[in-house]
Design a binder for this molecule. Structure first.
Ligand code: SF4
Length: 328
C-alpha cells in the first residue's frame, strides 16, 4: 500500500496533520536535517540515537518517521508492534548504499577475529550482520568500552571511523563509505569563511573529511553541536553539518549567529541532504492519511538486527562490561 497523490489545493495541511495525528494516535519524529516546516510540526526532534529511544518508548500506535529509511527501519526494529510510516520510501542514504549486505558479509567472513562496530546509517541486513551499532553521539562512549586489543571492522562511514581511530589510537579496519553531504564541504571555502569571521569557532560533524574536521573547534553529533552552540565562546558559530540543524539553533539562541560551512562552489545549499529533502509537508499529510508507505521487516531479520541495536543502547548507557564483547 502506498500513499495516493491527491489534489491538496485549499487544504490546511498543518491543521489536517494535527487532526490526523490525534485521530491515529500517532507520534511524529523528525531528524534535525528535516526542513523547518516539518521540524516545527514534529512531536520530537532529535538525532538518530534520541529518535531510536523515543520510538522504543512511545505509547503511540503509529510512528511517522520524518527522516530517512534506515531510521524508520530502526524504529520498526525497536517497536515492532507499531505501525511505522515514512513520508517518502525513496529517502535513502549514501552510506547505506555504499554497504551492500552481501559484500559486508564477505568482508566479515574474511576477518573472523574482528568484531563489527557499525554506524547506524546502514541497512537492517547490515545491522543483522553487526555486533554493535553506534551513532555519532554514542560512538566514543561505546568504543571506549571495547578492549584495546580487540580487532574491529568499522563501517560504513570511513570518515567517522578514521576520526575515531585518530582520537582513540585504534586501527579499526574501515569500510570505504562516505556521506555525500558531509563530503561536499570545501576546505578552501571554509578557510575563506574563517578569515571573514575571525574568532568564530567551527563545529563539525565527524562524517566530514579530515580536511574539515582538522579546522574544527568542536567535533560531534548533531545534538552535540547544538549543545556546543549554547556554551561556545562568542556569538558566531560556523556549522559544518547539514544546514537544517541551524533552525533549532536559531530558535534556541536567537541572539547568536550561525553560518553554514560552504561547499566547493561557496554555496552551502549543496550540503542539503537530498534524501532528507524528499519528505515534504504534503507527503507527511498523505502518509498520515493513508498510513502508507509502511516499514515491514521479516521477523527473524528484525530479531537479528535488534541484537546489535540493543547492545548499542546498553553500551551507550555504559551498562555493558568489557567481557560482553567478542568476535563472532
Ligand atoms: S546527511 Fe548523509 S548520512 Fe545523513 S541521511 Fe543524508 S546522505 Fe545519509
Amino acid at each position: 500500500m502506498t500513499a495516493q497523490p491527491t489534489n491538496l489545493t485549499g487544504l490546511d495541511l498543518r491543521a489536517e496533520i494535527d487532526r490526523l495525528r490525534k485521530e491515529r494516535n500517532a507520534v511524529i519524529l523528525a531528524h534535525y536535517y528535516q526542513s523547518p516546516e516539518i521540524q516545527d510540526l514534529a512531536d520530537y526532534i532529535g538525532d538518530s540515537l534520541e529518535l531510536s529511544k523515543k520510538a522504543a518508548a512511545t505509547d503511540a500506535d503509529v510512528i511517522v518517521f520524518c527522516g530517512v529509511k534506515f531510521m524508520a527501519e530502526t524504529a520498526k526494529i525497536l517497536a515492532p508492534e507499531k505501525i511505522v510510516v515514512l513520508p517518502d520510501m525513496n529517502a535513502g542514504c549514501s552510506l547505506e548504499d555504499a554497504c551492500p549486505p552481501e559484500k559486508f558479509k564477505a568482508f566479515r567472513e574474511a576477518h573472523p577475529d574482528h568484531i563489527a562496530l557499525t554506524y547506524i546509517n546502514c541497512s537492517t541486513e547490515v545491522k543483522a550482520l553487526s555486533d554493535v551499532i553506534v551513532t555519532s553521539s554514542s560512538a566514543e562512549t561505546i568504543l571506549a568500552q571495547i578492549p584495546a586489543d580487540q580487532k574491529i571492522i568499522f563501517g560504513p562511514d570511513r570518515h567517522l571511523g578514521g576520526y575515531l581511530n585518530r582520537k582513540f589510537g585504534r586501527e579499526m579496519l574501515l569500510w570505504p563509505g562516505v556521506c555525500i553531504v558531509h563530503e561536499a564541504f570545501s576546505e578552501t571555502e571554509l578557510l575563506k569563511l574563517k578569515a571573514q569571521h575571525p574568532g568564530a569557532p567551527v563545529a563539525a560533524h565527524p562524517e566530514c573529511p579530515p580536511t574539515i574536521v582538522d579546522h574544527a573547534d568542536y567535533v560531534g553529533s548533531t545534538s552535540g553541536i547544538l549543545n556546543y552552540a549554547k556554551t561556545m565562546p562568542g556569538d558566531t558559530l560556523i556549522v559544518a553539518t547539514e544546514p537544517h540543524i541551524i533552525h533549532q539553533m536559531e530558535k534556541a539562541l536567537p541572539h547568536k549567529t550561525f553560518i553554514g560551512a560552504p561547499g566547493a562552489d561557496g554555496n552551502c545549499n549543496c550540503n542539503i541532504c537530498p534524501y532528507m529533502a524528499l519528505n515534504t509537508l504534503e507527503k507527511l499529510y498523505l502518509t498520515l492519511r493513508d498510513l502508507a508507505p509502511r516499514i515491514e521487516i521479516e521477523e527473524s531479520l528484525r530479531l537479528q538486527a535488534k541484537r546489535s541495536l540493543d547492545k548499542m543502547i546498553e553500551m551507550a548507557a555504559g551498562t555493558v562490561g568489557q567481557g560482553d564483547l567478542g568476535a563472532r
